[in-house]
Ligand binder design. Structure first.
Ligand SMILES: [Zn+2]
Ligand SMILES: [Zn+2]
Length: 282
């Protein structure tokens, strides 16, 4: 899932998906340089400017897809792609849009079962029209594949992630660059709305970001793929850990430490259905 690392990732028994699953090597026609400079954040209006009342944001998990791991040691095991709807007074802030549709390469390699983002929202009692902003934790195809369902809606990405997506084999650009796309490139940590803060967490990709939400039960972190599983968050990495195949393991560790220092009450993951919850003693 990182640039140009498919070959090395394929030799790494457990790391293919985490590191290279989204590389588009072998399909170079999908990689192109945008014809014009990318949009900048100059017109960005934080939805925090809207009045907020009626309580704190709430996080609603959305199961967006499952896929089959291609590695021999995980043969037959299916992974999951999770998104999250953050219900906010100003509208829904959506973290990630899942796989897109129509890639034969993806179908043959990962056998995904993908929900339309509108159906996933609908199952949660929400609609596409409720979405006031989108956040992509990063621009790999399992997290940003249905961005085009949201023309005109601000989509928050780190500028570095945008740059890498447009200069290396990183994603399927046809799913990123679409008519009406409105990317808000803001680097580092920043608020998207009252109680919803983007936290830069490089490691899996250089422009990876997570989301911290002030919820009624305390801070909830949506870490995307900054950490792969509950076990990795707890410091007990198993076969699904993401660190060993991260392009920058040191950054991965620093992001882990940064997130832990926020002392969240709950943590949600991009590739784990389960939620880590702080124990009363801990
Ligand atoms: Zn990824
Ligand atoms: Zn992923």
């Amino acid at each position: 899932m990182s640039a140009g690392s498919l070959a090395s990732g394929e030799r790494s028994p457990s790391g293919l998906w985490r590191r290279t699953g989204n590389a588009v090597r072998g399909n170079p026609s999908r990689v192109r340089i945008p014809p014009s400079p990318p949009p900048r954040a100059s017109g960005w209006t934080p939805i925090a400017a809207l009045p907020v009342s009626g309580g704190l944001p709430q996080v609603v998990p959305l199961e967006l897809a499952t896929f089959r791991f291609p590695e021999p040691e995980l043969a037959g095991r299916r992974g999951v792609v999770m998104g999250y709807a953050i219900r906010h007074r100003a509208g829904v802030v959506l973290l990630d849009t899942g796989f897109g549709f129509g890639s034969t390469w993806l179908e043959q390699r990962y056998h995904p079962e993908t929900k339309h983002i509108g159906d996933a929202l609908g199952e949660a009692g929400l609609s596409m029209d409720d979405v006031a902003a989108v956040v992509n934790c990063h621009l790999h195809i399992d997290h940003a594949g249905q961005n085009s369902a949201f023309p005109g809606v601000p989509i928050h990405v780190q500028p570095l992630e945008w740059e890498i997506a447009h200069t290396t084999e990183h994603t399927i650009l046809e799913w990123i660059d679409f008519q009406g796309a409105r990317y808000e490139q803001i680097g580092g940590d920043h608020d998207v709305a009252d109680g919803i803060r983007i936290v830069a967490t490089p490691g899996h990709t250089p422009g990876h970001q997570s989301v911290a939400v002030d919820t009624p039960g305390g801070m909830t972190l949506l870490v995307g793929q900054a950490l792969y599983t509950v076990e990795e968050w707890e410091g007990r990495p198993d076969v699904l850990e993401g660190r060993s195949n991260a392009p920058d393991p040191d950054a991965y560790d620093r992001s882990h430490a940064k997130l832990r220092a926020l002392e969240p009450a709950r943590v949600h993951f991009g590739h784990d259905r389960r939620t880590w919850t702080r124990t009363p003693a801990g």
